[in-house]
Design a protein around this ligand. Sequence first.
Ligand code: URA
Length: 185
Amino acid sequence: MKAFNEQMEKESKKFFGERRVVFGEGKINAEIMLIGEAPGGEEDRLGRPFVGKAGKNLDEFLEIVGLEREDLYISNVVKLRPFKLSPKTNKPVNRPPNKEELDFFVPLLYKEIELVKPKLIVTLGNFALKNVLMNQKVSIGDYHGRLIETDGKKIFPLYHPASVIYDRAKGPVYIEDLHKLREIL
Ligand code: URA
């Protein structure tokens, strides 16, 4: 994984300049690989995936399923923080990943999955689901909490932990999905 990360960082610097690459974290051959969208401000600052607000939510949910971060491999589809400068404050604010970022990072995500060889991939949110399934038409609303077997991979889509912060009504559904995940594990 070290060689993979070093190569990715080198190539990324050519395309995107000095923006920090937030690598996936965890053991090769971890049974479960969690895949989010992209690092936010806190992840960019600390250089680790899911350590900001969404990460705190994620930790609470992991506790429900009886998992610890050390049991997992945690990564993102895009590994740079997608940001723009706010016209009001002139400070960086998050934006959705753009085409250049996707074209660069999605093929690398597939390589990363091959290296980790997880038994189960848990996608977090719509963006990760679409890009892991390589299908832009699927929607998390239809697929969350259901085991998908495709292309020799097992994928269990969950809502993004950040979306549960913004939409409290999703909380109970999320917990239900986590219990389903626990049964599968
Ligand atoms: N932090 C991450 O690392 N990924 C996300 O998708 C959201 C927050």
